[in-house]
Design a protein around this ligand. Structure first.
Ligand SMILES: CCCCCCCC(=O)SCCNC(=O)CCNC(=O)[C@H](O)C(C)(C)COP(=O)(O)OP(=O)(O)OC[C@H]1O[C@@H](n2cnc3c(N)ncnc32)[C@H](O)[C@@H]1OP(=O)(O)O
Length: 168
C-alpha cells in the first residue's frame, strides 16, 4: 500500500550507491517522510560482489552507503542544495551480512552557511546496529559538483532532481 507522506528520492542512474545502471552498484533506495525533514532511510541488500571476507560486507562499501545516506538526509529539507563529503568517520561495530535487506537511517545534526553535518546507523532487520558514522559536507551548487569532474558536457535537471546529460 502506498503512503502519501513517503517519497523516494531522485537518483543518478550510474551512481555506485543509488544507480540502477551500475552493474556493481548497491541499487539502494532512499525514502523520506514529509513529517521528518533532515532524516532519510536508505534501503539496500548487499550482493556477493560487495563482500570482503566471505559473507561480510566490505567496510569501504558500507562507508559509501553511510556517506550517501547522510548526504541525502540534508536534501530532504534543502531540495535545491547538495553536498560533497569533506570528512567521514565510521565505527564498525558488528559484521554486516551479505544478502540481507538492511537499512541506514541518516539524520542531520548541524547546518551552517557553508556546511552541514550528520550521523547515521546501519541496521540489520533484527535491529542490530552494525555501523555508525558521522560526516561533514560542503554545500555546493549541483552544477559545480558535476562540472568539476565530468568530461561529458553539461547536464540538465529533470523535474524530480535527476541529473541527465544535456541533449538526451
Ligand atoms: C544527495 C547526495 C549525497 C551524496 C553523498 C556522496 C557525496 C560524495 O561522495 S562527494 C565525493 C567525495 N568528496 C569530494 O569529492 C570533495 C573533494 N573536496 C573538494 O572538492 C573541496 O575540498 C571542497 C569543495 C570541499 C572545498 O573546496 P573549496 O571551497 O575550494 O575550499 P578550499 O579553498 O580548498 O579550502 C577552504 C578551507 O576549507 C578547508 N578544507 C577544504 N577541504 C576540506 C576537507 N575535505 N576537510 C576539511 N577541511 C577542508 C581548507 O583547509 C581551507 O581551510 P582554511 O581556510 O583554514 O585554510
Amino acid at each position: 500500500m502506498a503512503c502519501s507522506h513517503l517519497h523516494n528520492q531522485p537518483i543518478n542512474d550510474e551512481c555506485f550507491v543509488c544507480g540502477f545502471d551500475n552493474p556493481a552498484g548497491l541499487e539502494a533506495q532512499f525514502v523520506e517522510r514529509d513529517d521528518a525533514p533532515g532524516r532519510v532511510v536508505g534501503l539496500f541488500t548487499p550482493k556477493p560482489i560487495h563482500q570482503s571476507y566471505p559473507g561480510r560486507l566490505h567496510g569501504g562499501v558500507a562507508a559509501a552507503m553511510c556517506d550517501e545516506t547522510i548526504g541525502r538526509a540534508f536534501i530532504t529539507d534543502h531540495p535545491d542544495q547538495w553536498g560533497v563529503t569533506m570528512e567521514l568517520k565510521l565505527r564498525y561495530r558488528k559484521p554486516t551480512p551479505i544478502g540481507e535487506s538492511l537499512e541506514v537511517v541518516g539524520v542531520i545534526t548541524k547546518v551552517t552557511r557553508r556546511t552541514f553535518e550528520g550521523t547515521c546507523e546501519l541496521r540489520r532487520q533484527d535491529g542490530t546496529v552494525c555501523v555508525t558514522a558521522e560526516a561533514t559536507y560542503m554545500i555546493l551548487p549541483v552544477e559545480r559538483i558535476v562540472g568539476e569532474c565530468s568530461d561529458e558536457g553539461s547536464y540538465v535537471w529533470e523535474d524530480d532532481g535527476r541529473p541527465v546529460p544535456a541533449g538526451e
